[in-house]
Design a protein around this ligand. Structure first.
Ligand code: CTP
Ligand code: CA
Ligand code: CA
Length: 516
């Protein structure tokens, strides 16, 4: 078994912007900006050349844009901008809701194209977000290397440090991994007309770091020898998991860069931040990441939600917002059913209101009901009917709640896999009303408070990652080798630039970010 893995990270270039560019049938050279309300959400590279950046305000964009620049609003539902074919951005008041349907569909097509290539290699793809994935290609790269497969020129290829040692098995595999990356990028370009950038290295962190270095339409190989120089000057706080409190605590020990942090002994670190985190920091600054590429954990719930900075009365909630949310959830439950062959059984209606008992504080809560079955349209209607009945009842009957409300969310959860179909499942699908006891219990305890629940879930996914890494470090240590990793991904900075551009997607993919 090869001692070092060959890992790819693929990330679509300016993803939403490419989707809109293709939808509007513009050439690949088009300067295009996707805005959400009045802020840039995604910017094509020709538009970036004009100084337009993600997070930039529409006024500023207009100042910089010449007439050749297309400004398009992100897809919305439930408002006049639902079909944004206009090339002029509306100074959109915050009265619609953003829809990610278009980008999700595009994303599904991209991963389908990649999977078509991977099927031949027997490799699995881990979707890390709407526009990126990790792939462990160690075995296929090894097969190719051993078989003496010839390497041809690859488009947009950069090797950090400018040299690989073809006599070194790990480096040789990296080059064959790069060839696979090139095939994947080529296939996506052919099938979807989107460009993808790729990173190729020995672990996930390095691969992710690499994919951002040579955008757009590039691919970057980070061989082992280049790692140390590559990450030494990277600020410690940019390493994955070190952006927050933990990183600050280490900084207080008088180090700024990963290189400086490497001078700290394991004992010193453990004394400062505890054993668990000390080890994590120690590994991180050395570029060690032994986390496995695995199929993405299937999401535990699907959420369609809307918050109202100005509290909303019953009438607009019922007439406008609830139908929009019901339709969004119905669509996503349907997609989940098709893509992952599983059904959400519970519908959770969550809400937040100002305490009506005279107190100032906000109170939130949720109630569950059985998820209606049916096609998208029928289900949307049924969700509207059932959900609205639940909401009306709670608001009316429980004295701490009442309209107007500040938040409403619809969650589909309590999934049942159709793949492992057995008797009890078919009973569920056919009988419907004959609910089993455990099902009841599960549904009841699922989401007591949707807001808190989602926050908790975000934290949990971070903890899981940490736990996994800590667990794997054992095997790594026994290897006795130091694998280097950076992890200072450019993406981190860009995310922050985007400020308040939060999307529901974070909930689906468990990504860190602002909540809408
Ligand atoms: N996105 C978002 N909100 C954010 C960050 C990203 O809605 N806070 C969307 C963007 O519009 C983007 C997609 O998610 O198109 C993927 O994000 P990312 O890969 O970070 O950026 P890209 O726009 O794809 O640009 P790059 O070429 O740098 O990858
Ligand atoms: Ca991207
Ligand atoms: Ca991305």
């Amino acid at each position: 078994m090869p001692p070092f893995s060959t890992i790819l990270h693929l990330d679509l270039d300016c993803f939403y912007a490419q989707v809109e560019r293709e939808r509007l049938r513009l050439p690949s050279s088009a300067a295009l900006v996707v805005i959400q309300w009045s802020m840039a959400l995604a910017v094509t590279y020709p538009a970036r050349a004009l100084g337009i950046k993600r997070g930039m305000h529409l006024d500023e964009i207009r100042r910089r844009a010449d007439p050749s620049v297309t400004i398009v609003h992100v897809e919305t539902i439930g408002g006049s901008h639902s079909d944004t074919t206009a090339t002029i951005a509306p100074d959109a008041p915050n009265t619609q809701k953003v829809s990610l349907a278009r980008y999700r569909t595009a994303s599904a097509r991209v991963f389908e194209a990649m999977n078509a290539v991977l099927a031949r290699c027997g490799a699995v793809l881990e979707r890390a977000s709407i526009d990126e994935a990790y792939i462990d290609v160690t075995l296929e790269a090894d097969r190719r290397a051993r078989g003496g497969r010839e390497l041809t020129e690859m488009k947009g290829m950069v090797i950090v440090g400018d040299k690989v040692d073809m006599g070194n098995a790990s480096d040789l595999r990296l080059m064959h991994g790069a060839a696979i990356a090139a095939e994947l990028r080529q296939r996506v370009l052919r099938d979807c007309r989107y460009t993808v950038s790729a990173g190729v290295s020995v672990n996930k962190l390095l691969a992710k770091f690499a994919s951002a270095r040579n955008k757009p339409d590039g691919q970057t190989v980070v061989p082992m020898v280049a790692v140390e120089a590559l990450i030494s000057d990277v600020p410690l706080r940019k390493l994955r998991g070190l952006g927050g409190k933990l990183g600050r605590e280490v900084e207080e020990m008088g180090v700024i860069t990963a290189g400086e942090a490497r001078k700290l002994s394991l004992e010193e670190l453990e004394r400062r931040v505890g054993n668990k985190f000390g080890r994590f920091v120690y590994d991180s600054v050395r570029g060690v990441d032994d986390s496995e590429v695995r199929e993405r954990d299937k999401t535990k719930s699907l959420l369609a939600a809307k918050s109202f900075p100005k509290a909303m009365t019953l009438e607009p909630v019922e007439r406008k917002w609830f139908p929009i949310l019901a339709e969004e959830l119905a669509e996503r439950v349907g997609v989940e059913s098709e893509l992952h062959n599983r059904e959400a059984r519970t519908l959770v209606v969550s809400f937040r209101v100002r305490h009506t008992g005279g107190a100032r504080e906000m109170v939130s809560g949720s109630r569950s009901a059985e998820m209606p079955l049916g096609g998208v349209e029928g289900r949307a209607e049924a969700i509207l009917r059932v959900g609205m009945a639940v909401l009306r009842k709670v608001m009316k009957e429980e004295k701490q709640y009442g309209f107007p409300i500040n938040f409403v969310g619809l969650t589909g959860t309590n999934f049942l896999d159709r793949a492992n179909a057995n008797e009890s499942i078919s009973r569920y699908f056919t009988a419907g009303e004959g609910k089993r006891e455990d099902e009841e219990k599960e549904g009841g305890k699922l989401v007591r408070d949707s807001l808190e629940e989602h926050q908790r879930r975000l934290q949990e996914s971070k903890d899981r990652e940490m736990a996994l890494r800590l667990h794997r470090e054992e095997s790594l240590r026994s290897l006795g080798k130091v694998i280097q990793k950076p992890g200072a991904k450019q993406g981190g900075k860009k995310k922050r630039d985007a400020g308040g551009l939060a999307t529901l997607d974070r909930f689906v993919f468990g990504k860190k970010g602002n909540k809408s």
